[in-house]
Write a protein of this length. Structure first.
Length: 219
């Protein structure tokens, strides 16, 4: 019975919302729906290029977006909820040593196995719990993403939030995003400037399985 309940929870979409419904002004570039990511293929479980989040995380992000708007920015989303099957896709890709098509773009200084050892890719991702988000700032005046000193998913020390091997302006841009997210109730991590997790996440022990698609959400 306990197993059945767990499976039901993993597939239950009633706790999730389409992020664009909560934060209409966001820019979305869902990388794992495309082939421009560190694997080089669309990732399993991404059926639509949209961002889904738990209601609690979406509410918190709306407050962050409002603050960013006042400063002249919009939020640009790379990834939000990530199905457990997508994480499995990453793990299986990590085992396959021959496929290194995207190495020059995303992990030029590392071997694939190091991506897991150094914590850039997890065997179980906080994204699968529904309250983690990968994002940056989009400058409304220039119509471009803000220069953060390294691109999304560049697995390198230069992507660590506190890296000093970038310009002062790039570092300050990271801190603008980081400070706004922390004020909004999110926690950063030490190896990716773009990744944040809702501190008071509602489902800390549940790794959801349903695909990324608005059609799966319960109306």
């Amino acid at each position: 019975m306990a197993t059945d309940f767990k499976k039901e929870a993993e597939h239950n979409t009633s706790a999730f919302v389409l992020l664009s419904d909560y934060v209409p002004g966001i820019v979305q570039e869902i990388r794992y729906f495309s082939t421009y990511n560190f694997v080089g293929d669309r990732i399993d479980g991404y059926e639509e290029p949209c961002a889904l989040l738990t209601k609690e995380a979406a509410r918190a992000l709306k407050a962050v977006a409002n603050e960013a708007n006042v400063m002249g920015y919009r939020l640009k989303i790379f990834d939000a909820y990530r199905p457990a099957k997508a994480v499995k896709h990453f793990v299986l890709w990590g085992i396959e040593d021959l496929d290194q098509r995207m190495k020059p773009y995303f992990y030029p200084q590392l071997e694939k196995q190091e991506l897991f050892i150094k914590g850039y890719i997890a065997a179980r991702s906080s994204h699968s719990r529904g309250s983690a988000i990968d994002l940056t700032l989009f400058n409304m005046q220039t119509g471009k993403g803000v220069d953060m000193g390294s691109p999304f998913d560049l697995f390198s020390p230069v992507s660590h939030p506190d890296c000093k091997d970038i310009t002062q302006e790039q570092y300050e841009n990271r801190m603008i995003l980081r400070s706004a997210m922390i004020r909004g109730g999110f926690e950063p991590i030490d190896c990716e400037w773009w990744h944040f997790m809702l501190a008071d996440e509602p489902y800390p022990d549940t790794y959801f399985e349903f695909p990324v698609s608005s059609s799966y959400l319960k109306k």
